[in-house]
Design a binder for this molecule. Structure first.
Ligand code: GLA
Length: 721
């Protein structure tokens, strides 16, 4: 006999445990259209989490939810024996905190957003902890963060400061984490949690992501599928050191702590100054991962990325086409390629600056943001004009936070650099990080962007890069407060980005960080898109983009066709088209057919991009399950869909089953048309050109997978009257 009860029974049994449960005095509910997070104030005035799950159909039933032993935000130093949410040492040296319910407020921030703040206070010390929850009704997303304040006479010291703490009681817990490295970002791995603590974290300083991404899926009871299973999907909106701790206790209860990494970050908090944590953003789904991802995508477009509901620019980037080896003439020649393809913008990458120390490779010039006079004697303005003449806009690469030791900036301002005294400088990519905590450095960075845009108001796009993490680090500005460095660096970055956004609210900016190092909702509100990886090999990209798609929408995922990868141009293009299409290639090296195909592909993309950018995504076959990947996007009104299908295997005679489509209207009729065909080829799919009901497509399905190794197909599915 299965020794586990269904989860609901277990929860009931658990909630009614008499020994530790608290009697209700008050209940607080954070609710979206489909999700409820419930809290109960116990008789002892402590706050307990009493429910996280599907919204109850009858709101009266909320009152029946029993109290639990799960204190909502557990402080350290008293009776807690597990990982705390907060640890504080008071001015008098007392290392404990008690948190009692004081009051709560709920406000309708806008029609779709309810903001709740639960105030907790220490009965003995003048310390207040406010738990904030913004509930996004339609998207079923909850955004939660913590504010810590005190009125002691001197600073207190904080050594734990979770953004969120959540409790679960399930028979089993399955954690999906997303890990990787440079050029191998967002690889998905699922494992069952065992007793003790599992920590996923990063200590990279300038970014959250490289080895571990600040995202996870946690399935309750059994591993979740795309359309089944109970899970939460969560991410931390923070571009620096983060930590997720998953602690399974002796009673099989799980507590999740999400926040900035406490590592080397004891924080002296002055009286009356709020310490505000980054937000932990999560959704709950009882219908699998697909629903959770769609919730995230919708939320991101509405709230999480800049201008998420506005179109994006397709572009041609010169990085992989030229690397540092270019001059004015060569660039102007490349504009022709952009015009030929029909993309909107040309993006000039690294290597355009530095005079005393020209940026002709990655060893020199970083920090000296003046046009290199040998390469670009006529300056950026000339390039903008020339691009315009060819009908394309112009964008430019910057890496404002960094400096090469071989630079005038380094020579002039040695005190503007994060580096350890009495130790050797430690380089990554021959560079160091500027001490962004210093307001003079913040001004330098802001002015760099502002001057560039003031001098060249037609610059239409920026790629903001950040190519190293923090090692051997020390802030000359912080002096004796070095343990504030990791936290204050990220706050300072946001401050500069905020200033830039005040003056340039809608300029498209791509967030890049040595590939996909900075993909998080802390930074993305300042950016229109991100660079997922330097690895643009078509085959590799299928998995990388798949990983990101769990949390981040296609509209924000810059995906370029390059010469990296042995697959055909069609394959690499079909892969790039599932995100925000761009190119990073010598167009003049295309043969005639590849060029013809690519021009048509850009035109096709412009026709399909509305659905890819603003539609709902359905992942139909995972590259982790089979030697193929299939996914589709469906417009909100279900009148149009696009399906992408990639063969990943290299073996002869593999057979694939036909696929049931999703997200369509069963009542509607749809014509299925293979598109993005290579010149002089015909579709070999029987469904091509046929009309089916949505019902048929979703119940019977059609064959969409090419059987030849490393080939791909794109289908346009359009409602027929
Ligand atoms: C990083 C980026 C690349 C490119 C180079 C330029 O590696 O990820 O796309 O911009 O920097 O140096």
């Amino acid at each position: 006999m299965n020794r586990y009860f269904p989860l609901c029974f277990l929860l009931l049994v658990f909630f009614s445990r008499p020994a530790q449960a608290q009697q209700n005095t008050k209940q607080i509910f954070i609710q979206t259209d489909k999700v409820t997070l419930g809290f109960t104030v116990g008789k002892n005035q402590k706050l307990y989490q009493s429910y996280l799950g599907e919204k109850l159909a009858n709101s009266q039933d909320n009152g029946l939810l029993p109290a639990t032993r799960h204190e909502a935000y557990v402080p350290a130093g008293t009776d807690n024996l597990f990982e705390p949410a907060i640890r504080m040492v008071h001015t008098d040296g007392n290392p404990s905190l008690e948190l009692r319910y004081d009051k709560h407020t709920t406000q309708q921030q806008e029609e779709n957003v309810t903001a709740t703040a639960i105030h907790l206070k220490d009965p003995k010390y003048p310390v207040e902890v406010i738990l904030h929850f913004n509930a996004f009704q339609k998207e079923n997303i909850i955004k939660t963060w913590t504010e810590i304040r005190h009125k002691e006479k001197k600073p207190v010291v904080l050594s734990n400061f979770a953004s969120a703490m959540l409790h679960f009681d399930a028979p089993n817990y399955w954690l999906s984490q997303f890990h990787g490295d440079w050029a191998g970002e967002m690889q998905q791995q699922e494992s069952q949690l065992t007793s003790g603590i599992k920590i996923i974290d990063s200590k990279l300083g300038t970014r959250a992501h490289k080895y571990q991404s600040p995202t996870f899926l946690l399935a309750l009871d059994k591993p979740a599928g795309e359309n089944h299973g109970e899970l939460i999907a969560g991410t931390l909106a923070w571009s620096g050191n983060f930590q997720f701790a998953f602690e399974l206790d002796e009673q099989n209860s799980l507590r999740i702590l999400a926040g900035m990494n406490p590592y080397a970050s004891e924080y002296r908090l002055e009286p009356n100054k709020p310490f505000v944590t980054p937000a932990f953003i999560f959704t709950y789904s009882r219908t699998g991962k697909g629903q959770a991802s769609r919730s995230f995508h919708r939320w991101a477009r509405n709230y999480g990325i800049l201008d998420g509901n506005k179109p994006r620019l397709t572009l041609l980037n010169n990085w992989e086409a030229t690397f540092f080896d270019f001059d004015e003439k060569k660039l102007v020649g490349l504009f022709d390629g952009a015009a030929q393809l029909g993309v909107d913008l040309f993006l000039l990458d690294d290597g355009w600056f530095g005079n005393k120390y020209p940026r002709n490779d990655a060893k020199a010039g970083l920090g000296d943001w003046q046009e290199n006079k040998t390469k670009l004697p006529s300056g950026i303005g000339y390039l903008v004009e020339e691009a315009e003449k060819k009908g394309v806009k112009f964008g430019i690469w910057l890496e404002p936070e960094m400096v090469n030791p071989k630079s005038e900036l380094y020579e002039k301002h040695p005190d503007w650099i994060l580096k350890l005294p009495n130790r050797e400088e430690h380089y990554q990519r021959n560079q160091l990080v500027l001490d962004l905590i210093n307001p003079k450095v913040q001004d330098f960075m802001y002015n760099l962007v502002d001057d560039l845009l003031t001098k060249n108001p037609k610059v239409a796009y920026i790629k903001w890069d950040s190519n190293r993490s923090l090692t051997n680090t020390y802030s000359p500005y912080l002096k004796t407060e070095q343990s504030k460095l990791y936290i204050d660096y990220v706050h300072s970055l946001y401050k500069v980005l905020g200033r830039i956004r005040q003056k340039y609210p809608h300029l498209p900016i791509m967030l890049c960080s040595g590939g996909g190092g900075r993909v998080d909702y802390g930074a993305l509100p300042f950016f229109t898109e991100f660079w997922p990886s330097d690895n643009t090999d078509g085959l590799e990209r299928v998995k990388i983009q798949w990983g990101y798609s769990n949390f981040f929408p296609a509209i924000a995922m810059s995906s370029h066709v390059t010469s990296w990868g042995k697959q055909s141009v069609k394959y690499r293009t079909d892969v790039a088209m599932m995100g925000k299409l761009g190119y990073d290639i010598q167009v003049s090296e295309f043969n005639e057919k590849d060029l013809q195909f690519s021009k048509q592909a850009v035109a096709n993309y412009k026709r399909l991009s509305d659905v890819i950018w603003f539609g709902d995504q359905y992942r139909l076959v995972s590259p982790y399950d089979e030697d193929r990947a299939v996914l589709m996007y469906v417009s909100e009104n279900k009148s149009k869909a696009v399906l992408f299908s990639y063969n990943l295997q290299t073996r002869h005679r593999d057979r694939f089953t036909q696929i049931r489509l999703e997200g369509l209207d069963p009542q509607k009729k749809y014509m299925v048309q293979e598109t993005n065909l290579y010149p002089e080829t015909k579709s070999s799919f029987t469904a091509n050109g046929k009309t089916y009901s949505g019902d048929y497509l979703m119940k019977v399905g059609i064959a969409v997978s090419p059987t030849t190794a490393l080939t791909s197909a794109v289908f346009e599915i359009v409602e027929k009257p």
